[in-house]
Design a protein around this ligand. Structure first.
Ligand SMILES: [Zn+2]
Length: 412
């Protein structure tokens, strides 16, 4: 007991030190460079504590301090602290229905390199997709792969993903069932770093929350509209996942008992009324006309073609029906329409709002705004990088390794 009580304060202070480092790294990652004075006021820590902790981050290579800048305030200028994006990176992948993308993203969310290729729609074997991803990754960065700065890999996939191990339970638009994607990607790339897998709408929502139109908003409903319709729900600042991570599948919310059959096996899912195929069919085009077909509809709508405008208005009404239910249940501040929905937004806004006014309860409706996403097609890719960075944001000290001397620790 006496020994334990002697240990306790040390353990406590070590826990506090690691937690404070996490607050600083997360702050720099989400807000960009901050002066030491700003870190003092943001964290509530003392000036000397910030000096010590920043020193540890600089020594470990995670952060750099630029020369002091004057901030228009009296007193000594404060050095500007920023994360070294080139020294700590994540590899991000996006497996979308229409395309595959890879990017190297630096700590702080800086996209250092990115490549996206179109892929044919329809079912693809896991082997083919993994081979394509490996080829994309090998073309990024310098000739060394894996890059020694890479601390993790994040993957966004258009499917239902189990949080604990990255199993893709079902990806209807890829034709995948029960694919252990994280494990197989590790093998295909021959890397030892952790691979984290997430649903593309969840990760798109995370990216919009951290870097896009929903920064600073704690209750957000992100609706991703492509061939499939997905949702990323942020409640009280945290993602809503459900028991296993399968939550947020708003595209398969039943809305029309008399509707058409859905890829998931049900009928009348929201996706069958608001997804890309519904828009194409309503405008008299083949359901597989794809992105090019949507481009035509948008051109027609701008030219005032009645059938295109009516098809878009119909989709807007059904969007409003589903959103009314979700707004009643979730009481979000912001609804962010991503994917193709952000492109068609100007033409669906009025009918969407009309249905929302008609069906949502007055109290939550009065608080919510519906806006288009700001990160475009890259939102899930950026969210995948955020997923890969999460372990280092949660406990930066665990990544210091032997680079940080114990002498420095003692001075903190
Ligand atoms: Zn469905």
């Amino acid at each position: 007991l006496p020994q334990a009580s002697r240990l306790d304060p040390g353990l406590r202070s070590e826990t506090v030190r690691r937690a404070n480092l996490s607050v600083i790294v997360r702050g720099l990652h989400e807000h960009g460079p901050l002066s030491r004075s700003e870190l003092v006021s943001e964290t509530g820590l003392t000036r000397s504590a910030i000096r010590g902790l920043v020193g540890q981050l600089v020594d470990s290579g995670l952060a750099v301090e630029d020369r002091a800048v004057r901030l228009g305030t009296p007193g000594r200028p404060s050095p500007l602290v920023r994360l070294d994006a080139a020294a700590t990176t994540a590899l991000a992948f996006d497996i979308a229905v229409d395309s595959l993308a890879a990017a190297i993203v630096g700590l702080g969310g800086v996209v250092l390199e990115e490549v996206r290729i179109d892929r044919p729609r329809g079912h693809s074997s896991v082997e083919d997709v993994l081979a394509d991803l490996a080829q994309l990754a090998a073309g990024l960065g310098d000739t060394r792969f894996p890059d020694p700065t890479m601390i993790g890999i994040g993957v966004a996939v258009a499917g239902v993903v189990r949080r604990s191990d990255g199993l893709v339970a079902i990806a209807p638009n890829l034709g995948w069932t029960n694919v252990p994607l994280g494990a197989r990607l590790s093998v295909a790339l021959g890397v030892a770093v952790p691979v984290a897998v997430g649903n593309e709408a969840d990760l798109g929502g995370l990216a919009e929350h951290r870097r896009g139109v929903a920064v600073g908003v704690d209750d957000v409903l992100y609706v991703s509209g492509e061939v499939g319709v997905g949702g990323g729900l942020i409640v009280g600042g945290s993602p809503l996942e459900g028991a296993a991570g399968y939550g947020g599948e708003i595209g398969h919310m039943p809305v029309n008992p008399a509707g058409s059959s859905c890829r998931c096996g049900s009928t009348g899912c929201w996706e069958t009324e608001v997804g890309e195929e519904a828009l194409l069919t309503r405008s008299g085009r083949p359901r597989d006309a794809g992105r090019a077909g949507v481009d035509e509809i948008l051109c027609d709508a701008e030219a005032g073609v009645a059938q295109a405008l009516a098809a878009l208005a119909d989709v807007g009404s059904w969007l409003g029906v589903g959103l009314a239910g979700l707004v009643n249940i979730l009481n979000p501040r912001l609804v962010v329409l991503g994917g193709q929905f952000s492109r068609i937004f100007p033409f669906v806004r009025d009918s969407l709002q009309a249905e929302l006014e008609r069906r949502a309860l007055l109290a939550p409706r009065g608080l919510v705004r519906v806006v288009p996403a700001s990160l475009g097609i890259d939102a899930p890719l950026l969210g995948a990088a955020e997923l890969a960075f999460e372990p280092i944001l949660a406990d930066p000290a665990a990544w210091f390794g032997p680079r940080l001397g114990s002498a420095r620790l003692a001075t903190a």
